[in-house]
Write a protein that binds this ligand. Structure first.
Ligand code: AQP
Length: 340
């Protein structure tokens, strides 16, 4: 079943597994803000249940969840226009997650590259939750009958799995119940790379702080990290084709394009021929001008954590108006005897 007969609804989430990075902002949150409006109902989530698939210090998890919520709001998510939640306050996510554990096949899960990357050589010692992560992610999305999911490039395979789970559930039970969700992977920065290694994704859990720009970094730190970012000795090309074998240069140009809402070709039209000594300060100035207002607003919101908690409980109550009936119908389809 396509998405056409469903209410247009957006769902996406971010793990409170560290501080927000520029990758999260450009690949996800900026897109979340763009999609907030009359065309969609929007639900944005701090996926705390996912975060504990690797060890999280409890106090840090609670802090990071509130800070992430502050980041969403500071970046432009309006908690009245969008439903803003943390996953653990909406129990239907985990309940549908169990049903999907019983729909997804081991072979499908074993193909997930993010698990292979994160588990590495340590696969026998990582949690079962890390392996099952994509089935819970499918539940996060489908418990809202979400039709569109804005994400960065790294989540593409998990969204294909979400579609496979929806299709198998519909087929096995002979229903047209779950939508086949559309991934929305758009913009110049769908995969922001590490500032130290152009072959690695910028990530909040990278041990090197110099590899990423954190949304809470101050202006000097941002400028220093960009100045020290790995590059090559050549000048910038005038067309995107000239960036093909230059991952670090391409990354910085993509970041510039995304922050300034331009295409890569437009940016290269402006900066083509420049050396990094000229381009990097320009990028740093742009990054500071876009990120500083967000980080100061985050700090302001973090002064009142009880207001953040209130926003999250209000979001959960609104979310459950959608998720409780969908879970109830799912249980009926599956044959679970319910209360009378
Ligand atoms: N580098 C990135 N470029 C573009 N998009 C990115 N996203 C993450 N990193 C980049 C997008 O942000 C959303 C939330 O991601 P997540 O925090 O749930 O998980 P992740 O993709 O595993 O992000 P991290 O920063 O790498 O977290 P850790 O280090 O905890 O694993 C997703 O839409 C993702 O695509």
């Amino acid at each position: 079943m396509s998405t056409t007969s469903f209410t247009p609804r957006v769902f996406s989430g971010i793990q409170p597994s560290g501080g927000l990075t520029l990758g999260n902002y450009l690949g996800a949150i900026k897109r979340f803000v763009d999609m907030q409006g009359p065309d969609f109902e929007t639900v944005y989530c701090m996926v705390d249940l996912h975060a504990i698939s690797v060890w999280q210090d409890p106090a840090a998890l609670a802090h990071n969840t509130r800070e992430l919520c502050a980041g969403f709001i500071a970046a432009g998510i309006d908690p009245e226009k969008s439903i803003l939640i943390n996953q653990s306050q909406v129990p239907e996510h985990a309940q549908l997650g169990w049903i999907f554990n019983c729909v997804a096949r081991m072979g499908w899960m074993q193909r997930m590259t993010q698990f292979k990357d994160k588990a590495g050589k340590n696969a026998q010692n990582v949690s079962l939750g890390l392996f099952g992560y994509p089935a819970l992610m499918a539940a996060d999305i489908l418990v809202y009958h979400a039709t569109h999911v804005p994400v960065g490039e790294d989540q593409k395979q998990h969204l294909e799995l979400t579609r496979d789970i929806a299709a198998k559930f519909n087929h096995d039970y002979g229903v047209d119940f779950f939508p086949i969700t559309e991934p929305v992977i758009e913009g110049a920065a769908t995969r922001v790379m590490s500032l130290r290694d152009g072959s690695k994704k910028m990530s909040k859990s990278d041990p090197s702080d110099a590899s990423r720009i954190n949304m809470t970094d101050d202006a000097d730190t941002i400028a220093k990290k960009i100045r020290k970012a790995k590059t090559d000795p050549d000048a910038l090309p005038s067309e995107a084709k000239g960036l093909e074998d230059r991952p670090e240069a391409r990354n910085l140009v993509n970041i510039y394009a995304s922050l300034s809402d331009q295409s890569v070709d437009q940016v290269l039209g402006e900066v083509g021929g420049q050396q990094f000594g000229t381009f990097k300060p320009k990028l740093a100035e742009l990054a500071v001008s876009k990120l500083s207002p967000i980080s100061s607003e985050m700090a302001r919101l973090m002064n009142d954590p009880s207001e953040i908690d209130r926003i999250l409980s209000h979001g959960a109550a609104r979310a459950r108006e959608i998720t409780a009936p969908i879970l109830r119908q799912t249980y009926e389809i599956v044959g679970m005897v319910g209360p009378v």
